[in-house]
Write a protein that binds this ligand. Sequence first.
Ligand code: ZN
Length: 133
Amino acid sequence: MHCRQGRENRRRLYSVYRRVKNSKGEEMCCEEWRRNPDRFYTWYADRVKEQNGLCEYCHLSGDTTDNYGSKGFRKSRRGFNLEVDRKYAKGLYSPDNCVLACYPCNNAKSDVFSYEEFLKIGEAIGKAKGKLK
Ligand SMILES: [Zn+2]
């Protein structure tokens, strides 16, 4: 049981990494992460600690079932883990330009809201979902 969960977690994290690495044919990923997945995983783990395991924007869990119910946002392997969001859409996926966001926030922010704008939107999302609990 434990072992299977560990494997599934690694698979999900790998799919997070793949999305970062393969974004626009690898053009959007910094060389450090492209060449060395371990650098990415270390960054991810540090960032999870720094954000207390919560989304940068709404401060809710990366596991969407905690706040959106079991059907909610889960699509393939998404909605289980915090995802990597580029603060500035014109920049690369790199340690300086990235934070961790839940799938709904990452999806909604897309390339159309700036980091600063989405901090405000995320706060509203967090409050709305917080009240529903
Ligand atoms: Zn969020």
